[in-house]
Ligand binder design. Structure first.
Ligand SMILES: Nc1ncnc2c1ncn2[C@@H]1O[C@H](COP(=O)(O)OP(=O)(O)OP(=O)(O)O)[C@@H](O)[C@H]1O
Length: 243
């Protein structure tokens, strides 16, 4: 469904993502871990088309997406949510979601309205459809971020630290929602620092450190790998943090 081939991004002399390759199968859920500044968001932005790779290629459904702009990738089903939700705060929840269906999903008329309605229902926001987005709680804004993404008709959903700042209960609700989206057939790549939330959804992890892919495999394989432990804990990981 999606393939990153040798993705690299440099800013001046500094390379923040270096030669990262991986694949994502249809319907799969893949987690991305790594310390702050490891290059995770930059990697996701290269997949979505927000950042142009300095080298490497993105293949989506077997076809090179490298020359497709961000909007075209979104319409094709490669949809990203932002680390910090940025709805149009003066528009209502409904208007925000409808705008995503029209402009992100490329839908028209009744089709766009149906997609927006379905997205609001799935994300649990139907009862707040008339509320200005600026009046939503943080959890409400996270739901709206997912609602807007769903309204675009994603085949692959790219989630950037969507659980950040939420309470434990809210994280549980969000995990249930993301799991439902994934089991409905949408493949997911999820960057997340809240590891227990991440591994309750994904079946595979990749880990980055200083822009390089340092581990990939099942959650257990990655969390137990020497490279991963060294990146997070230095040479001697505390025993109580071992999985
Ligand atoms: N536009 C830019 N210009 C220069 N440096 C950048 C730019 N965008 C990102 N960087 C740098 O690239 C590195 C990787 O940033 P990135 O946001 O991808 O990391 P991250 O793993 O997502 O971090 P976090 O977990 O803190 O969100 C950081 O050192 C960051 O300062």
């Amino acid at each position: 469904m999606l393939e990153a081939r040798g993705l690299t991004r440099s800013y001046g002399a500094v390379t923040v993502v270096s030669d990262v390759s991986f694949t994502l199968a249809p319907g799969e859920a893949l987690g991305v871990l790594g310390p702050n500044g490891a290059g995770k968001t930059t990697l996701l932005k290269m997949l979505s088309g927000d950042v142009r790779p300095s080298a490497g290629q993105v293949l989506f459904a077997g076809v090179s997406a490298s020359d497709l702009p961000q909007a075209a990738r979104c319409r094709a089903g490669l949809v990203r949510t932002s680390q910090i939700p940025q709805p149009f705060s003066g528009l209502t929840v409904w208007e925000n979601t409808l705008t995503a269906a029209l402009h992100g999903g490329g839908l028209h008329g009744a089709d766009a309205e149906q997609a927006a309605h379905d997205a609001l229902r799935r994300s649990g926001l139907l009862d707040r459809h008339a509320l200005p987005a600026g009046q939503l709680s943080l959890m409400g804004r996270k739901r709206l971020e997912l609602s807007r993404a769903l309204a675009c008709g994603p085949k692959v959903l790219l989630l950037d630290e969507i659980a950040g700042g939420l309470s434990d209960f809210e994280v549980q609700d969000l995990v249930a929602l993301i799991r439902e989206i994934n089991t409905s057939g949408v493949a997911i790549i999820w960057i997340e620092h809240i590891v227990h939330a991440l591994i309750s959804v994904v079946s595979r992890l990749i880990a980055l450190d200083f822009g390089r892919l340092i581990a990939s495999g099942t959650p257990l394989e990655v969390l137990a790998s020497d490279n991963f432990r060294r990146a997070y804990f230095g040479d001697e990981p505390p025993l109580e943090l071992m999985p």
